[in-house]
Ligand binder design. Structure first.
Ligand code: PLP
Length: 458
């Protein structure tokens, strides 16, 4: 090792995600706030990556976790069911779009994606169509970091290292009206044009070979909280039905109330065959994800092999389910989805007022408390900043300096160019906190732009 490298080595024994950054040590949570070991307070306006939908100190969830841990932390899913598991499944299915029938729980979003892909494959085997093996997804999408999930996603930065290990997946255009709707096109015409790419891809692969299409109803990390145009997913559903292809909706980030309805697909008036959830499901109090299946998928297995050909040690984890149950009950009892819709409107309006005329803000978008801000070098042409400037990383650091946690990423334009920030505050956010987010976010953007080399931002 060179002396230079040795001198910058951290004493920490943690295998860090980024070796050359020193992170503040988070000590405790107070509602929307995280407090570090130096006593600095960070307004958590994104819940990490859209996780902490109840803030960091909800007493009922903490109590439920403690109670279940004391009673029975873990009962293995091949040997036992449990009360929190049964109640959580019943609550979620009861609130789901008609036809959604059963759900099982994993430990996070990537596991949910893997399980959904495998479930789709198993469905076709049960139905006597073993040749259905291809998956189709969309460009600029993210479905997780395990190999199957990485393969269906289209996040070049995360895929590049592992490309030779990934299964082949066909990617079609996403639905990104800010950049891809032509000015001479209505939203409906654009939605149809974008969705029809799926029809073409299925025909090219041979409909009899395609297992499923996977998409996020509102695209999170890769596009910056980008909702589809009305009618897009209805068209997608029709195309899937026409070809016997399953529709998997990945609601890991946008679901569980984040967009103002418990399931994001409610707003599209579309029912998937398989739906995945995570993040807000357990709100960060426990790591938990879920896979919900439509009755037709469940029945194929029930009347076929009779067993799910998938499982992990921590499937249906007892404390995980107890935490998620308490989270979902709090959302219902405190009528928090109404607050998501109300504060979502206020936050969007506040951001539009503060940033709408900003010469480097191209678009403010999103739904409910899932909002995105896309930054551009030039508003008229929508030209993004040079990706080598890493504006998104500057935004993250500027946010930390301004005492706000936001979730910036790069690559929304084509996987490499484009910078955006996602905001996803807790469903409990108050009027005052919304104003504070707008103010701090404005300062964060200005600070990040000031840090660019001379001549890059005006
Ligand atoms: N799917 C979507 C839409 C996501 O946004 C993410 C994570 O950001 C995942 C799947 C993967 O979830 P996890 O990081 O919990 O494995």
């Amino acid at each position: 090792m060179s002396p230079d490298k040795a001198s910058t080595r951290s004493a920490s024994r943690v295998f860090a995600r980024e070796f050359h950054r020193t992170l503040p040590k988070a000590m405790r949570g107070e509602g929307i706030w995280i407090v570090d070991s130096e006593g600095r307070r960070y307004l958590d306006a994104s819940g990490g990556p859209a996780v902490s939908c109840l803030g960091h100190s909800h007493p009922k969830v903490i109590e439920a976790v403690q109670r279940q841990a004391a009673l029975l932390p873990f009962a293995y899913s091949l040997f036992f069911s449990s009360e929190p598991l049964e109640e959580l499944a019943a609550l979620l299915v009861e609130a789901a779009p008609a036809g959604m029938d059963k759900v099982f729980f994993v430990c996070g979003g990537s596991e949910a994606t893997e399980a959904a892909l495998k479930l789709a494959r198993q469905y076709h085997l049960e139905k006597g169509q073993p040749q259905r093996r291809h998956f189709i997804s969309r460009r600029q999408s993210y479905h997780g970091n395990t190999l199957g999930a990485l393969a269906v996603g289209d996040n070049p930065a995360r895929r590049a290292t592992y490309a030779p290990m990934l299964m082949e997946v066909r990617h079609i255009a996403t639905c990104y009206p800010y950049r891809e709707k032509r000015s001479d096109e209505t939203e409906a015409a654009y939605g149809r044009r974008a969705a029809d790419e799926l029809d073409r891809a299925i025909r090219e692969l041979g409909p009899e070979n395609v297992a499923a299409f996977i998409a996020e109803p509102v695209v999170g990390a890769t596009l910056g909280a980008c909702p589809p145009v009305p009618g897009y997913f209805k068209r997608i559903r029709e195309i899937c039905d026409r070809h016997g292809v399953l529709l998997i909706l990945d609601e890991v980030m946008c679901g569980m109330g984040r967009c103002g309805t418990l399931y994001a697909c409610e707003a599209e008036d579309v029912v998937p065959d398989i739906l995945t959830m995570a993040k807000g499901l357990g709100a960060g109090y426990q790591p938990i994800g879920g896979v919900m299946a439509h009755r037709r998928v469940v029945e194929a297995i029930e009347s076929g092999s009779g067993a799910l050909m998938h499982g992990h040690t921590y499937l249906n984890h007892t404390v995980g389910c107890a935490a998620a149950l308490a989270v979902q009950r709090a959302i219902q009892e405190e009528d928090l989805l109404a607050n998501v819709r109300r504060q979502g409107e206020r936050l969007k309006q506040g951001l539009e007022e503060r940033l709408g005329n900003h010469r480097h803000v191209g678009d403010v978008r999103g739904r409910g408390l899932f909002l995105g801000i896309e930054l551009v070098q030039d508003r008229a042409s929508k030209r993004p900043f040079d990706p080598d400037l890493k504006l998104h990383a500057r935004l993250r650091d500027a946010g930390m300096s301004e005492g706000i946690v936001c979730y910036p990423s790069g690559g929304c334009v084509d996987g490499r160019r484009g910078d955006h920030v996602v905001l996803a505050p807790p469903f409990t956010v108050t009027d005052r906190e919304v104003e504070e987010i707008v103010e701090r976010m404005g300062r964060t953007i200005d600070r990040a732009l000031r840090s660019l080399p001379a001549g890059q931002a005006g």
